[in-house]
Design a binder for this molecule. Sequence first.
Ligand SMILES: NC(=O)c1ccc[n+]([C@@H]2O[C@H](COP(=O)([O-])OP(=O)(O)OC[C@H]3O[C@@H](n4cnc5c(N)ncnc54)[C@H](OP(=O)(O)O)[C@@H]3O)[C@@H](O)[C@H]2O)c1
Length: 301
Amino acid sequence: MDDTNALPDLSMRGKNCLITGATSGIGKVTAMELAARGANIIIVGRSVEKCESTLAEIEAKTSNANLDYLVADLSDFNSVKNLAKNFTNKYSKLSVLINNAGGIFMRRADTADGIEMTWALNHFGYFWLTGYLIDVLKSTTPSRVINVSSDAHKRATLSGPPNMHDKMPIGYLTYANTKLANLLFSYHLAYNIKSTGVTVNAMHPGIVATDFGSSNGIIGKAIQMNAKVFGVKPEVGARTIIQLASAPELYQVTGKYFVNGRELLSSKTSYDTKLGTKLWQWSVDVSRRHGMDTKRIEFLR
Ligand SMILES: NC(=O)c1ccc[n+]([C@@H]2O[C@H](COP(=O)([O-])OP(=O)(O)OC[C@H]3O[C@@H](n4cnc5c(N)ncnc54)[C@H](OP(=O)(O)O)[C@@H]3O)[C@@H](O)[C@H]2O)c1
């Protein structure tokens, strides 16, 4: 029988899903739900204890024992590089990569790589991990990359690559700029790998009552209080990620922005291909300076 038009296997059973920021909030719910659908779950977290207790909870609730964790600080270049190496040493396939770990920082802090913390975690965490895993994603098609952004991107003022030496406005504005960067990154990558069978989509989870922002002292408490009063539960916030990761009908949809389970337009600036290319080029340059072999991701559009 000629099966050239047959659909690929689109079930989640036995599929490797790598999820960052899965020790808490919407990432944890996503890991739980994908485990319940039979996927092999590999979570990324900074603490062994938190990773182990998260996996114990997932196994107890789903009876899925195909669970693993890798420890990494996603704001640190060498840590992400080692994470990708540890992943590819252990696994030859990756069906779903969920870039979710992110944060907001009210005080300026720079990483050991000399990158402002919000940019390091929210942008470079996604850029480096996806860049290092692009080959394994391409060899596991159909495969999906899901980038957790935020509606906060609409408040962004980014008009070019940020200058790390500038006195950067930290807090909400830098957060908004990095969430716009998530969209520029997603659309640029989706465009450049569109014929490979790897899809790239971005989403906004809504205002969600999680630990988000909690490391910012009194302001952090206010952020959390706001989310508790006005936000939805993590189970609701995670729904669109789970849909993007697993819905069979979305397996060829790429370069889109989803909110509440629906494809929506993001801000006008997020579709600025000149800005997207500049941000990409800057990200490649910064990454190369840290020793990344960037040949596979030098897309100039
Ligand atoms: N909550 C909202 O209202 C909201 C709204 C829009 C968008 N978002 C986006 O949703 C995503 C997830 O947020 P959430 O609300 O679920 O927040 P959360 O409960 O604070 O979870 C954040 C996760 O990221 C991990 N993480 C933080 N810094 C890390 C680092 N340097 N290296 C590795 N992992 C790190 C944390 O792990 P540890 O256990 O190591 O701390 C935690 O698992 C973020 O990208 C955020 O921008 C959230």
